[in-house]
Design a protein around this ligand. Structure first.
Ligand code: GLU
Length: 508
């Protein structure tokens, strides 16, 4: 019988969610929805020393903003809860005990300073210490100590950890849906800590127990977890859960834009783009890291950007809604090599989404920006400005820079334009053109024709006149078609700006 697809996104609340993590959540979501499965949100907070206040709330807010919906989990509930590992604490010990009883794990009493001494001893020989099938024989554990001594230590409350006991000389196979067969010799693997005497499991134990008890069918996660996969596969074997072991898919890393190494938390603000979905205020250091939301990205664009970082549908079209991505997604088309983050491409996606949005929606967003700047204008006017100018921007926040002169007369004039265009006879010609505007019906084409007629019949330099004219209205050599702008500004404002320019701009 085919198993019901159940996937989980299992972040640790150790800080804000990196976009690599968001992409993992997204791919899990695509996969679950495409297969009519369940998507679980599990919070992996067994390492209390790394707990960061606000991180869990941040993760939930970010995923909600992006439209990644969960069927079960923290904040939602479900039949397999609780979904926060710290609340599942009492259930893990029995599993550690089971592995001890079956010989798949052992107690280790080595003190931190003893482990340190070992590490130093190995370093002195230019080797790296690893607690494994070769070294465990020389350490202080239930494999080397007499049985009653082990019992005495535990009963007297001596701190211990439970370590997994890798078998020797065994080839461990991990079948990965993206990378195929990955093999690892057990002799090279570290006897990882599974459980600590404070009653807390480590990530490895809790993760396997939870995936099993929550009936997870597929583990889709970042490639950084591939080295842990042999241990995980062995844990399923040790527990006798091989038959229902989830299938693994390890996603390629997100790389820096130049492809040199993993995209790190610090790269974003250093290279001018966010690596976090939402702005993050570090509660300890007060440091602020930028977020896609606050930078003005639309959530649909971020979903689209991330979907294409490590996967593509193999067709030319690049703009897809989240529901379309659910239909198209396939694990087969995930690349094995790392995906380079491309800032320009990210902006391009946002540009496309902005263009496709109804002008009314952009107008409402722009009005908020205007209000913050203390600029007020009629809704229809802002709408018309948006309609005319939105093509030039990728973010609503860029609109002001492109359109301020629709709302405020220039107070300064670009000296480079003055130098190039403003000649001794410019004020005289603009005065004439001003009269023409005054006396022509206020209609775009008619004004255009009348001004052109003046320029041509006087054999004037078109670029010079038109750019000087524009300078009086905009203060710079930018903006939409001049007659379009005039119609927007209205007759009175146009004439007033021309007059002011004629009076104040001096040749340089
Ligand atoms: N808690 C792990 C993380 O933060 C989850 C890894 C996994 O999905 O197994 O990435």
């Amino acid at each position: 019988m085919d198993r019901k697809v159940r996937v989980r996104f299992a972040p640790s609340p150790t800080g804000p969610l990196h976009i690599g993590g968001v992409r993992t959540a997204l791919y899990n979501y695509f996969f679950a929805k495409q297969n009519g499965g369940d998507m679980i949100l599990r919070i992996e907070d067994t390492d209390q020393t790394r707990f960061v206040p606000g991180a869990e709330e941040y993760i939930i807010e970010a995923l909600t903003w992006l439209g990644i919906k969960f069927d079960e989990g923290v904040g939602i509930g479900g039949n397999y809860g609780p979904y926060r590992q710290s609340e599942r604490k009492p259930m893990y010990k029995q599993y550690a005990d089971q592995l001890i009883a079956t010989g798949w794990a052992y107690y280790a009493f080595d003190k931190p300073e003893e482990l340190d001494a070992k590490r130093k001893e190995f370093e002195a020989q230019k080797k790296t210490f690893q607690y494994d099938c070769n070294t465990r024989k020389e350490m202080c554990n239930s494999l080397t100590l007499p049985v009653d001594e082990v019992r005495r230590r535990i009963e007297s409350g001596e701190p211990y950890v439970v370590r997994f006991k890798f078998p020797t000389d065994t080839e461990i196979h991990v079948h990965d849906l993206i990378r195929g067969e990955v093999k690892m010799n057990s002799n090279l693997l570290d006897d990882k800590v599974l459980f600590k005497s404070d009653g807390m499991p480590t990530y490895h134990l809790a993760n396997i127990v939870d995936d099993h008890t929550m009936e997870v069918s597929h583990v889709i996660r970042g490639e950084e977890w591939l080295p842990s996969a042999p241990l995980h596969v062995m844990l399923y074997k040790a527990f006798g859960w091989e038959d229902t072991m989830p299938q693994f898919a390890h996603l390629p890393l997100l790389l820096k834009p130049d492809g040199n190494g993993k995209l790190s938390k610090r790269d974003g603000d250093r290279l001018g783009f966010p690596v976090f979905p939402l702005e993050w205020h570090d509660p300890k250091t007060g440091e602020v890291s930028s977020g896609y939301r606050e930078k003005g990205y639309f959530p649909e664009a971020v979903v689209n950007i991330l979907a294409f970082l490590g996967w593509n549908p193999g067709v030319e079209q690049e703009i897809f809604s989240i529901d379309e991505l659910v239909q198209l997604f396939s694990l087969d088309r995930i690349s094995k090599s790392g995906a380079k983050f491309d800032v320009e491409k990210a902006k391009w996606f946002n540009h496309k989404y902005l263009q496709a949005k109804p002008n009314e929606e952009i107008t409402l967003l722009f009005e908020k920006d205007l209000a913050q700047r203390g600029v007020s204008a009629a809704h229809d006017y802002v709408f018309a400005v948006v309609e005319l100018m939105k093509e030039r921007v990728s973010f609503v926040s860029e609109l002001w820079e492109q359109t301020h002169y629709f709302f405020q007369a220039p107070t300064e004039y670009d000296p480079a334009v003055i130098k190039k265009r403003w000649k001794e006879d410019t004020p005289a010609h603009l005065t004439k053109i001003k009269e023409i505007i005054q006396n022509t019906p206020f209609e775009k084409q008619l004004m255009h024709d009348a001004v052109m007629e003046y320029i041509q019949s006087n054999e004037l330099n078109m670029g010079q006149i038109m750019n000087s004219f524009r300078l009086t209205l905009v203060g710079a050599a930018k903006g939409p078609d001049l007659f379009e702008l005039i119609t927007m500004l209205g007759k009175e404002e146009t004439l007033a700006r021309m007059q002011k320019g004629i009076e104040t701009i001096k040749t340089i």
